[in-house]
Design a protein around this ligand. Structure first.
Ligand code: UFG
Length: 338
């Protein structure tokens, strides 16, 4: 298939592009580089041995999106592009709604005009809302606790409504749990700008000496050791989930399919920290801080639907995730070059 990957220079997008090429697909990347660096593209090319077909613009621009679909004979879209920082979304809600919904509107309009009916969408376990029962199953009701989360809930609804109006659409809503890890080569990984919001990149920056110590947000949750429990999934497993979903969409009569992409295993903040200490070979300092507003005690997937319907399951362990993250971070202490 000829696949448009929006946000293909981002963390999950870049790993998925490499796997799509390896699976024999033609890939076209569109990225605004709002939250990624151009040097990612050369890293993708080094891994695939092929040039990346790149369009550098913001998908909220409907005319440019329309022109892109006119130039490229696309069969499918994998839509990663979006703002994703929870705290920032509380500060700048209008930017989040405008960007995350605007990109989706542009894509859906262009898909409809050019007869592209297959879409794999980056959703998030955040759509399970404030206090979902674990393990989380796809048929739980959706809601959100912050503007970022609402953009995901709303995009899911927009896709569902679009699929009612246009029965040719085949859409996968992939609900990610906590993506971590890096390409096993050490040449691609997560490169957040500024102070990392998320646990794994923060730990990796402590390990490489860029941050003094980890702040653990609360140790009085009703969990194994009092710290928050999450379902960390290796980005390589996550990327493989996208390829499996894309293939499934070509064989299904369901207009909209929802799949959790997680391991089903919960890991606490301190368990992840200690696993990373094993990977990097030294102790990592931490201090316990108050709980972070909006955090829940435990989040992990019931991934059985993806296994049954996609034949996909996550295979990489927490130690694999820490080892690959450490390889990436130690080889690229400041992330990607400009
Ligand atoms: N944590 C710390 N210290 C840090 C960062 C995080 O103790 O410096 C803790 C959090 O309190 C939480 C756990 O580590 O218990 C994981 O936090 P992350 O920020 O890495 O991940 P979240 O589960 O909070 O958020 C992720 C995604 C969001 C998504 C959400 C729900 O980043 O996009 O899962 O699916 F909305």
């Amino acid at each position: 298939m000829r696949v448009l990957v929006s946000g293909g220079a981002g963390f999950i997008g870049s790993h998925t592009v490499v796997q799509l090429v390896a699976a024999g697909h033609d890939v076209v990347v569109v990225d605004s580089f709002a939250n990624s660096k151009r040097s990612v593209v050369a890293r993708i090319e080094a891994l695939t041995g092929r040039p990346v077909e790149l369009h550098a613009f913001d998908l909220t621009d409907r005319d440019k999106t329309e022109r892109l679909f006119g130039e490229e004979a696309l069969d499918a879209v994998i839509h990663f592009a979006g703002y994703k920082a929870v705290g920032e979304s509380v500060e700048r809600p209008v930017d989040y709604y405008e960007n995350n919904l605007g990109t989706t509107f542009s894509l859906l309009r262009a898909m409809s005009r050019h007869g592209v009916s297959t879409m794999v969408f980056s959703s998030s376990a955040t759509v399970y809302g404030a206090d979902p029962p674990v393990p989380m199953q796809e048929d739980l009701p959706t809601s959100a606790t912050n503007p970022y989360g609402w953009t995901k809930v709303m995009q899911e609804q927009i896709f569902r409504d679009a699929a009612v109006a246009d029965p040719s659409l085949r859409i996968a809503l992939l609900r990610y749990f906590n993506p971590v890890g890096a390409h096993p080569s050490g040449t691609m990984g997560e490169d957040p700008s500024g102070i990392p919001n998320n646990l794994m990149p923060f730990i990796a920056q402590v390990a490489v000496g860029r941050r003094e110590r980890l702040g653990v947000f609360g140790n009085d949750y009703p969990t194994v050791d009092g710290t928050g429990v999450r379902d960390y999934i290796h980005v390589e497993d996550l990327a493989a989930g996208h390829i499996a979903a894309l293939h499934r969409l070509t064989q299904t009569d369901e207009p909209v399919s929802v799949w959790n992409l997680g391991t089903g295993q919960g890991t606490s903040v301190l368990e992840l920290l200690h696993a990373f200490e094993r990977a990097c070979g030294h102790e990592l300092p931490y201090e316990v801080l108050p709980r972070r507003a909006g955090d829940i005690a435990e989040s992990y997937a019931d991934p059985s639907r993806a296994h049954a319907e996609l034949g996909w399951r996550a295979v990489k362990t927490i130690d694999d995730m820490c080892r690959d993250t450490w390889r990436w971070q130690s080889q690229n202490p400041e992330g990607y070059p400009e």
